[in-house]
Design a binder for this molecule. Structure first.
Ligand code: UDP
Ligand code: MG
Length: 320
C-alpha cells in the first residue's frame, strides 16, 4: 500500500464527507493504493455515524473510535499503530489542510529521501491571537530542538516514512513536537513544504489559549527528557554540587571569621549574625535535596523499560 491517511477528529461530522471525497479524488488521479484511517476522539456529534456510512460505501475507509475524548496525540498514536502504507500522511479533519498536497509530500518521502516532511502554513487563515504566539512558539521550538529549518512544528499536515511512525511514541500533547520526537529517534532528514491553508469551514477550534502554556511546559519536559532522561543525576547532581559549593564557601567564611576573632581575643559575635550563615544553611539543604532528587530519578530510570531501548536500524548476520 502506498499511502495511509490518518485523520484525528473530534466533533467534525460536517466536514468528513467533503474531506473524504476530496482525498479519494486526489488518490485516484494519482493512482495511489491507499487507506484512510479516521480516528474519532470521542466525538458526540455523530461523527462516528458519518464514518460508518463512509465505510459502507468505501472499502479503503477504516475507523477507530475512542470511548471518550483523549486528545489529538492519543488519536495520532492509535492511527500510527494501525497504518500500513509506506508513506503516512496526517491531516486535520476540519478542511483547513488540503489533500491536494498529498502527491508532492509523497514524492518528497519516496524520491527525495525525507524521513518526515512537515507542512508550513506560510499564509495562515487564523486569528491574530493565534498566529502571533505561534511565531514565538516555533522560534523556541527551533532553538530547543535544534531543527532549524522548520517554521511550523505544529502543522497538522505532515508526511512520514512508515518507519518513523512505527518508532516514535506520541503521547499527552506531544503532537506539537513530532519532528523533535522523530529527531530523537534518529530520523534526521526532516523537511518542510509550504502548504495551502484555509479558514475553518465548519465548527470551531478545539484548542484554547492554554495550548501555549501547555506547549511551553511540554517543551521543557522534552528538553529534559532528551538531555537527562536516562541520567537525571547529571542534571540534579550538577545543580546540587553547585549549591553545596556555595554552602561550603559560606561556612568557611563564617567559621574563619569566628576563629579569627577568637584567636585575636576580640569580642566575637554569634554566627547567626552573619548573612553567610543563612546562605550556608539554605544552600546546603537545597543541595542535599537536589542530590536526593537525582538519586530517586536514577532509581526510576533504572527500572524504566525505556532504559535500554535503542533504535537499531540494521543488524548483520545475527539470528533474529
Ligand atoms: N482534535 C482531536 N482531539 C481533540 C482536539 C482536536 O482529534 O481533543 C482534532 C480536530 O478534530 C482536528 C485536529 O485535531 O481534526 C486539529 O484541531 P483544531 O482544528 O481544533 O486545531 P487548530 O487548527 O485550531 O490548531
Ligand atoms: Mg484546525
Amino acid at each position: 500500500m502506498d499511502v495511509s491517511v490518518v485523520i484525528p477528529l473530534y466533533n467534525e461530522a460536517e466536514s468528513l464527507p467533503e474531506l473524504h471525497a476530496w482525498i479519494k479524488q486526489v488518490m485516484n488521479t494519482n493512482h495511489f493504493t491507499y487507506e484512510v484511517i479516521f480516528v474519532d476522539d470521542g466525538s458526540n456529534d455523530g461523527s462516528w455515524q458519518v464514518i460508518e456510512d463512509l465505510q459502507q460505501a468505501n472499502t479503503e475507509v477504516k475507523g477507530i473510535k475512542f470511548r471518550r475524548n483523549y486528545g489529538k496525540s492519543p488519536a495520532l498514536f492509535c492511527g500510527f499503530k494501525a497504518a500500513q502504507g509506506e508513506v503516512v500522511i496526517t491531516m486535520d479533519a476540519d478542511l483547513q489542510d488540503s489533500p491536494d498536497e498529498i502527491p508532492a509530500l509523497y514524492k518528497m518521502i519516496r524520491e527525495e529521501g525525507y524521513d518526515l516532511v512537515s507542512g508550513w502554513k506560510k499564509k495562515r487563515y487564523d486569528p491574530l491571537s493565534k498566529t502571533l504566539p505561534t511565531k514565538l512558539f516555533n522560534a523556541t521550538a527551533r532553538a530547543a530542538s535544534g531543527i532549524h529549518n522548520l517554521h511550523d512544528f505544529n502543522c497538522g499536515l505532515k508526511a512520514y516514512r512508515k518507519d518513523v511512525v512505527k518508532n516514535i511514541e506520541v503521547y499527552g500533547e506531544m503532537h506539537r513536537y513530532i519532528p523533535w520526537l522523530a529527531k530523537n529517534a534518529g530520523f534526521t532528514k526532516i523537511g518542510e513544504k509550504v502548504v495551502q491553508h484555509q479558514a475553518r469551514k465548519y465548527g470551531k477550534t478545539k484548542f484554547g489559549l492554554n495550548r501555549f502554556i501547555n506547549g511551553y511546559l511540554d517543551l521543557l519536559t522534552l528538553w529534559f527528557l532528551s538531555t537527562f532522561g536516562v541520567q537525571p543525576m547529571h542534571l540534579f547532581g550538577t545543580l546540587g554540587s553547585l549549591m553545596f559549593l556555595i554552602g561550603l564557601i559560606s561556612v568557611m567564611i563564617v567559621g574563619g571569621h569566628k576563629l579569627y576573632y577568637i584567636l585575636n581575643n576580640l569580642p566575637h559575635r554569634l554566627v547567626t549574625d552573619s548573612p553567610y550563615f543563612y546562605l550556608a544553611l539554605t544552600s546546603m539543604i537545597i543541595g542535599t535535596q537536589l542530590f536526593v532528587a537525582g538519586f530517586l530519578g536514577e532509581l526510576i530510570s533504572r527500572n524504566s523499560e525505556e532504559r535500554n531501548k535503542y533504535q537499531i536500524q540494521r543488524t548483520l548476520n545475527l539470528d533474529d
